[in-house]
Design a protein around this ligand. Structure first.
Ligand SMILES: Cc1cc2nc3c(=O)[nH]c(=O)nc-3n(C[C@H](O)[C@H](O)[C@H](O)COP(=O)(O)OP(=O)(O)OC[C@H]3O[C@@H](n4cnc5c(N)ncnc54)[C@H](O)[C@@H]3O)c2cc1C
Length: 428
């Protein structure tokens, strides 16, 4: 059997990360193959079709479609491979529905947002401005340098010589979490909790465990590049990246689950698919989770790279990071009249502050048809709702019990959503 490489690079997984990597490599002349176990590209950023609806698998609040700077990662990743996504600007990032009737919408317009926040917390107007302006300082540093990993000091050191001032500005914030900075400017407990929720929305951690660098990015880019919904569904991004990959001679195979990475003399030289097929590449890139890729604490029994080939550094990394929870996701097609015309696309709902990090505590809701009605049949809307639900609550259930729990938990979720969408249960 020939052992010469079939490809320059084999990428395992067609999530947005895998596809951006693959298409960039193809555009630079590397022969690149993507292997995807599922039927469609995009992973958590894909879309699937059912009965005339186009549902987003997971993500639908999309950053990175700005026009300027370095943080418009999607715009640039697509342009690099000759592609472009038409997007619909979202005038409001999201609306919070919090305990004790506290609601807050986050306007795309920064001044509009600060005014709205200050009107709700007038005694904290100065602190609100100071806190969010600090986030802008961080953002300006980020936007001035080429972005890869925000959390890797070694990477930041590498780009130091290309953007020294931006790096120095950023390095200053590395040791801080959002909670440290928020408490410096703000006293009001409800407002601090709202900032916890602002962090939880995308880091699934409260402010005290969310790095300031990440907050600088999210809390400012939503006003700079803004939140923009790709027309035709979030999966369009992945489809365009696949088109860019193929236009540059790359290839993607679906229903191709990689079982193992082939290692020879300490180097990854290929992959073995679940049907036994072997493919060889000069470089192997994994877009599967870190836990599915390498062996160690928190990993399943079988990983892409076996225990004896997992680098020692992986153990150190796992001491610093924990996997975030899984989500229970419910995709609904609903009668259009249940969604008020002036409703915002994205919402977060929590009834009790003690439940912030609890299993099925915070509910996320997206109604992308408010931005792109073509995703649903006429007169209908899509309501996508999800909540944290760790796999341990589902693992090991018999199929009958699994189905019953799924039905029961979904019904409870829909029932809770009645507080912001009265009549929802009857409109499905
Ligand atoms: C419910 C939900 C809502 C979200 N909402 C938002 C949002 O609004 N905004 C936002 O910015 N982010 C959101 N996110 C997060 C965002 O979707 C993810 O961070 C992002 O899509 C992850 O991309 P990825 O490329 O790292 O991996 P993934 O999307 O996980 O892709 C990995 C791919 O690899 C494939 N794969 C894995 N193992 C193998 C194997 N052995 N062989 C072959 N293929 C394999 C998988 O099938 C998958 O297609 C959300 C996530 C979820 C789950």
């Amino acid at each position: 059997m020939s052992t010469s490489p079939d490809w320059d690079v084999i990428v395992i997984g067609s999530g947005i990360g895998g596809l951006v990597t693959a298409s960039q490599l193809a555009a630079k002349g590397a022969s690149t193959l993507v292997l995807e176990q599922y039927l469609i590209p995009g992973g958590s950023g894909g879309s699937f079709q059912r009965k005339g609806y186009t549902f987003d698998v997971g993500a639908s609040m999309i950053f990175g479609f700005g026009e300027h700077g370095h943080t418009n990662l999607l715009t640039r990743a697509l342009a690099d491979v000759g592609q472009h996504c038409e997007t619909v600007p979202d005038p409001v990032q999201l609306e919070y529905h919090l305990p004790d009737g506290l609601t807050m919408a986050v306007d795309r317009d920064y001044e509009g947002f600060i005014t709205r926040m200050s009107a709700r917390f007038p005694d904290e107007a100065k602190g609100i401005r100071a806190f969010y302006d600090t986030c802008w300082q961080v953002f300006r540093c980020l936007d001035a340098m080429p972005l890869l990993s925000l959390e890797d000091p070694a990477y930041l050191a590498k780009v130091f010589f290309r953007a020294p001032l931006a790096c120095l500005g950023l390095a200053r914030w590395l040791p801080f979490n959002v909670g440290d900075v928020a408490r410096k400017h703000i006293r009001d407990q409800d407002l601090l909790r709202l900032i916890d929720m602002e962090c939880f929305c995308w880091s699934v951690m409260p402010a005290d465990r969310t790095p300031m660098i990440n907050a600088g990015m999210v809390f400012s880019d939503r006003h700079a590049g803004g939140i923009n919904y790709p027309r035709g569904g979030v999966g369009t991004i992945a489809e365009k990246l696949v088109a860019g990959l193929e236009a540059h001679g790359g290839s993607i195979r679906y229903r191709a689950r990689v079982k193992n990475v082939l290692i020879e003399q300490g180097r990854a030289v290929g992959v073995i698919l679940s049907d036994g097929e072997e493919l060889r590449g000069k470089r192997i890139v994994s877009n599967a989770t870190r836990w599915d890729t390498f062996a160690g604490e928190g990993s399943p029994d079988s990983t892409l790279v076996a225990k004896d080939h997992t680098p020692a550094a992986e153990t150190t990394w796992r001491r610093r990071y924990q996997p975030s929870s899984s989500f229970l996701s419910v995709h609904l097609g609903v009668r259009g009249d249940v969604v008020p015309e002036d409703f915002h696309c994205h919402h977060l709902l929590l009834e009790d502050w003690n439940e912030l990090e609890a299993e099925q505590g915070v509910i996320f809701v997206s109604i992308p048809t408010l931005l792109d009605p073509s995703l649903a049949p006429e007169g209908r809307h899509i309501v996508h709702t999800f909540t944290m639900s760790d796999i341990q609550h589902w693992d090991g259930l018999k199929p009958k019990d699994y189905r019953a729990k799924k039905q029961q938990d979904a019904s409870r979720l829909i029932q809770r959503l009645e507080s912001i969408l009265p009549g929802l249960s009857e409109a499905i």
